[in-house]
Write a protein of this length. Structure first.
Length: 557
C-alpha cells in the first residue's frame, strides 16, 4: 500500500505461527499471492426469500471483480434478511426490526473476527440497509455500502403499479370494489423482478439518504436493480474501496453530524419513510454522533418537499434515477442553502462537489424546482403532547389533513385492528389506536401497512386517523402517527386510552393529545395490564428485554 501502513489482516495471515490459518484458506482456493494482498470483506445480504435481495449474489461477483482489479483479495460472507413486505400483517413481521440488529451485529463480528482491511456491504430490503451502515460505523475500517437497487414498476390496465397498489387492493377487495380475478391479475404483475419496493418506501428512503450522507458512492445505489449499468456500478465500488483503503478514509470521517443532517434533509425533501427516524438515530448512536428526535422536525421545517414520489406522489425510484438521481436532489438542497456542502463522501469528494455535477433530464417532473415545491416544508413532523411525551412521528408528504378530533377505537394488537377494518366496523371520523406493537411490547415494532392500506382501499383514508406505538411502512400514507413513545407496556399514556375518548391530532401545533386530565391518565396507566406475551425465550424475548425506546432509535443495549 502506498500509505505504508500495516494491514489489519497481517495479524491473522503473516508469519510462521499463522501457517494453520493460511492452510485453511489455501484449501479453498486462495494462493500465496491472494493472501499477500489486502483482504476485503464483501458483506452480502443475499437471500432467496424476497426480490429485494435476490440478485445480490451476482452483484457481489462484480464487486469482487473490482476489488481484484484494484489489487485486493475479496472474501464474501453472508448475513440474514427478513422481508417486510412478505411478513407484513403476520407474526413474522415481529422479526423485521430485530433483523436490523442481527445484520449489524453479524457483519461487525465477521469483520472483527477475520480482521478485514476494508468492507463493502451489499443491502437490499429495508433493515439490511441501516444494518450494513451501522456495522461499517462500528468497525470503522475503510468501507462503503452498495444498495442492490429498486425494482421496476409493474403494469396493470395500462398504468404503472407497485406493491403499494396490491396492499390497497386488499382493502378494495374486502369492500367489494375489486373482484377476485382483478386482485389475482394485479398480484401477478405488481412485482416484476428483482429489486426493492419501487416507491419512496423505506428501502429507497434509506438508500437515497445514505447516498446523501456519503457512505454510498454518489450515483451507484440508485441504479435500478435490473438496469444493465448496475453491474458496472458494483465493480466500480470494488475498485473504490481499495482507494479508500489506500487513503485510509474511514466511516468515522464520513458519518458526522453534518452528513447525518444532510441525510435527514434528503428524507424530508423526498417525502421519505418515517422509519428513517429510527434508522438514522440508531446509526448516530453507533457513530457516537449526537442526534435527537426533535432534530428531524427542525431540519424538515427548513427543507422544502421537492420529490413527487409514491406513496404520496406520482413517481417511483426508477423515475428519480432517470430524472437525475440523488445528485439532483443534492443540487436542489445546495441551492436552497440546506445542504452542509463540505461533508466528505466515500468518493473523496464533498457532497457539494457531487451536487455541482448534477445532470437534470429535460422536462422531468419528478424533482420540482425550488420556486415550485410540492410543499414549502419537508415530509416529516415530530409531535408531542399528553399521548406522546417522548414524541411520535407523522409523515406529511401526500397529507392535507393537519387536524382531526375524533373518538378513539382502541385495539390491543394489529390483528384486532385489521379485523375491524375488514369487517367494516370503523367509521369516518374515528381515530384508531393500536398499542402493544412497540419495540418491546410487540416485540419488534411491526409496521401497520396491512391496516393503513386496507383503510385506503375501503375509502376511509381521508377520514380516519391512526396512532400506534408500532411503526409504519414507507408505503403508508394518511394521517398516521407512529413510534408513539413511551410505548404502552412501558408506562406510556397510550395505555390510558379507552374506546370513545376524544383524540386530537394537531399537526401544525405539533401536538397529539387525549381529552383527559393528567390525573386520570396516570390512574389508568397504573391500572393497565398489557396482554401476556407468548415470547418467553429465544431471540424475541431477548430483544424485548434489551431494546430501548423508539424515541431513541429502538436500539439494543
Amino acid at each position: 500500500m502506498s500509505s505504508g501502513r500495516k494491514l489489519r489482516s497481517r495479524a491473522i495471515l503473516e508469519g510462521p505461527d499463522r501457517a494453520p490459518a493460511r492452510a485453511y484458506l489455501k484449501g479453498i482456493g486462495f494462493g500465496d499471492d491472494d493472501l499477500a494482498r489486502p483482504i476485503v470483506g464483501i458483506a452480502n445480504t443475499w437471500t432467496e426469500t424476497m426480490p429485494c435481495n435476490f440478485h445480490l449474489r451476482r452483484l457481489a461477483e462484480r464487486v469482487k471483480d473490482g476489488v481484484r482489479a484494484a489489487g485486493g483479495t475479496p472474501m464474501e460472507f453472508n448475513t440474514i434478511a427478513v422481508s417486510d413486505g412478505i411478513t407484513m400483517g403476520t407474526e413474522g413481521m415481529k422479526t423485521s426490526l430485530v433483523s436490523r440488529e442481527l445484520v449489524a451485529d453479524s457483519i461487525e463480528l465477521v469483520a472483527r473476527g477475520h480482521l478485514f482491511d476494508a468492507v463493502v456491504a451489499l443491502s437490499g430490503c429495508d433493515k439490511t440497509i441501516p444494518g450494513c451502515v451501522m456495522a461499517l460505523a462500528r468497525v470503522d475500517v475503510p468501507g462503503l455500502m452498495l444498495y442492490g437497487g429498486s425494482i421496476a414498476p409493474g403494469r396493470y390496465h395500462g398504468h404503472d403499479v407497485t406493491i403499494q397498489d396490491v396492499f390497497e387492493a386488499v382493502g378494495a377487495h374486502a369492500a367489494g370494489d375489486m373482484s377476485d380475478a382483478d386482485l389475482a391479475e394485479l398480484e401477478s404483475v405488481a412485482s416484476p423482478g428483482a429489486g426493492a419496493c419501487g416507491g419512496q418506501f423505506t428501502a429507497n428512503t434509506m438508500s437515497t439518504a445514505f447516498e446523501m450522507l456519503g457512505i454510498s458512492a454518489m450515483g451507484t445505489s440508485m441504479v435500478p436493480a435490473e438496469d444493465g449499468k448496475k453491474g458496472q456500478a458494483a465493480e466500480d465500488c470494488g475498485k473504490l474501496v481499495m482507494r479508500l483503503l489506500d487513503e485510509d478514509l474511514r466511516p468515522s470521517r464520513v458519518i458526522t453530524r453534518e452528513s447525518i443532517e444532510n441525510a435527514v434533509a434528503c428524507v424530508a425533501a423526498t417525502g421519505g419513510s418515517t422509519n428513517a427516524v429510527l434508522h438514522l438515530m440508531a446509526l448516530a448512536r453507533d457513530a457516537d454522533v449526537p442526534l435527537e428526535i426533535d432534530d428531524f422536525d427542525r431540519i424538515s421545517e427548513r427543507t422544502p418537499l421537492l420529490a413527487d414520489l409514491k406513496p404520496g406522489g406520482r413517481f417511483v425510484a426508477t423515475d428519480l434515477f432517470r430524472a437525475g438521481g440523488v445528485r439532483l436532489v443534492a443540487k436542489r438542497l445546495l441551492d436552497a442553502g440546506v445542504l452542509h456542502a463540505d461533508a466528505v463522501t466515500v468518493t473523496g469528494r464533498t457532497i457539494g462537489e457531487e451536487a455541482a455535477e448534477a445532470e437534470e433530464e429535460p422536462g422531468q417532473e419528478v424533482v420540482r424546482p425550488l420556486d415550485d415545491p410540492i410543499k414549502p416544508t419537508g415530509g416529516l413532523a415530530i409531535l408531542r403532547g399528553n399521548l406522546a411525551p417522548d414524541g411520535c412521528v407523522v409523515k406529511l408528504s401526500g397529507l392535507e389533513r393537519l387536524h382531526q378530533r375524533g373518538p378513539a377505537r382502541v385495539f390491543e394488537s394489529e390483528e384486532d385492528a385489521f379485523a375491524a377494518v375488514k369487517e367494516k366496523r370503523i367509521e369516518p371520523g374515528d381515530v384508531m389506536v393500536i398499542r402493544n406493537e412497540g419495540p418491546s411490547g410487540g416485540p419488534g415494532m411491526r409496521e401497520m401497512l396491512g391496516v393503513t392500506a386496507a383503510l385506503v382501499g375501503e375509502g376511509l383514508g381521508e377520514s380516519v386517523a391512526l396512532l400506534t406505538d408500532g411503526r409504519f411502512s414507507g408505503a403508508t400514507h394518511g394521517l398516521m402517527a407512529g413510534h408513539v413513545a413511551p410505548e404502552a407496556p412501558r408506562g406510556g399514556p397510550i395505555a390510558a386510552i379507552r374506546d370513545g375518548d376524544e383524540i386530537v391530532f394537531d399537526v401544525e401545533g405539533r401536538r397529539l393529545d387525549v381529552d383527559l386530565a393528567d390525573e386520570e391518565i396516570q390512574a389508568r396507566v397504573a391500572a393497565y395490564r398489557p396482554p401476556p406475551t407468548q415470547f418467553t425465550s429465544g431471540v424475541l424475548a431477548k430483544y424485548a428485554r434489551h431494546v430501548g425506546s423508539a424515541a431513541e432509535g429502538a436500539v439494543t443495549t
